[in-house]
Design a protein around this ligand. Structure first.
Ligand code: UT7
Length: 349
């Protein structure tokens, strides 16, 4: 059975840089608070009308395709991970297929939030291993800036997120010491509502979300999206940050060790850990827990913020472009986020 290798990788971030100080125009926050709690200095925001989650994904995809030495017409499957789709439906995968004039291939959208890219990679890996597809395009892309509450009410969420995209081409390889060694996927829906965007949705408060205290039953249960929901910022993401943080610092090391141990490795064997860029403090905690040196972990949240499904491929691409990942290196990708869902992938570059 062949393994999958990353044959090409690309990233795209919008031109517009938004510093912490730029956020002061909209909300009560400070550069000091943001840097101290998250490590973020700045993030990129997409052009409001000319860029979308799909278009950014396409830009990253074009680079990955070129670096893999193939054309868009060679791609036989698209897996697109995002929580900021261009449309509620259809997904972004078909927009990529249309724009890049691909054949009538399969296009799958993955909705696994921060672990979306690692989940997507795992799905693609299975199709390569079974011999079903030969050139799979896996994309993680997010245009968060369009859907954040920029008032002080939303500051705990809004200061964290940024826009961008990353993409890879997966191909089969028979090389003994190359490619994705294993992937490990997990979920625990117990705390689904503590990091979530409730609306628009069909829940009609079925799950008894506390945030709906402002509305009477009729208002909630009859409506997919109401004026009251918008007036109360219920159309924006909600996050209980400290609870997410506590779970993340347990699950990140766990799923990284799971990947390493499944393949007979220890943290000291790792050449590079690419953690989902949720918060620099989380990444530093994980590094300390696994006793990794600075050169064994790649972080770029300082410049892009948290780009959810795009963060792992952007960090992986940048680390590789900067010469920090070389052929034969043992690389671990790991992510944790809303759901909760968490995942890892161990690969030989
Ligand atoms: O990728 C998806 C997964 N997400 C994560 O992994 C996020 C995990 N959580 C976190 O990264 C952190 O919890 C945050 C960065 C979101 C927040 O940091 P925190 O240290 O947990 O702060 P907090 O939410 O406990 O808030 C502390 C204080 C509060 O004020 P009081 O009640 O102590 O007066 C907040 O109102 O900081 C206030 N605050 C802010 N102040 C200035 C919250 N957001 C801001 C802000 N600027 N942007």
């Amino acid at each position: 059975m062949p393994r999958s290798k990353i044959a090409g990788i690309g990233m795209y971030v919008p031109e517009k840089i938004f510093t912490n100080n730029d956020l002061l125009k909209y909300m009560d926050t400070s550069d000091e608070w943001i840097q101290e709690r998250t490590g973020i200095k700045e993030r990129r925001y997409a052009h409001r009308t000319e860029e979308t989650t799909a278009t950014m994904g396409i830009e990253a995809a074009k680079i990955a395709i070129e670096r893999a030495g193939i054309t868009a017409q060679d791609v036989d499957f698209i897996v697109f991970a995002t929580i900021c789709p261009d449309y509620y439906f259809p997904g972004c995968g078909v927009l990529v297929q249309r724009e890049l004039k691909m054949k009538e291939i399969a296009a799958l959208d993955v909705r696994n939030q921060c672990s979306g890219f690692v989940y997507a990679l795992s799905v693609a890996d299975q199709f390569i291993r079974t011999g079903t597809y030969k050139n799979i395009l896996v994309i993680g892309s997010e245009k968060h800036s369009f859907g954040l509450d920029f008032s002080t009410r939303g500051r705990n969420v809004s200061v964290i997120f940024g826009d961008g995209a990353g993409a890879v081409i997966l191909q089969p390889t028979e090389e003994a010491d190359r490619g994705i060694l294993s992937t490990h996927l997990h979920s625990d829906g117990e705390s689904a509502e503590i990091l979530a965007m409730y609306n628009p949705g069909t829940h009609a408060n079925h799950w008894g979300t506390k945030n709906y205290a402002d509305f009477d039953d009729a208002e909630i249960s009859d409506m997919f999206m109401s004026h009251a929901m918008i007036d109360n910022s219920q159309n924006y993401p909600f996050m209980d940050g400290p609870s997410v943080f506590k779970k993340a610092v347990v699950k990140f090391p766990e799923v990284i060790l799971e990947a390493l141990h499944a393949n007979g490795y220890e943290p000291s064997d790792l050449n590079m850990l690419i953690p989902h860029q949720a918060n620099l403090r989380i990444a530093q905690f994980v590094q300390q827990k696994l006793k990794l040196r600075d050169d064994q972990v790649y972080n770029n949240i300082q410049y892009y913020g948290n780009t959810t499904a795009a963060s792992v491929p952007i960090a992986l691409c940048e680390a590789w472009q900067n010469g920090k990942i070389k052929e034969g290196d043992l690389v671990c990708l790991a992510a944790f986020g809303s759901g909760f869902t968490w995942a890892s992938a161990l690969l030989k570059w």
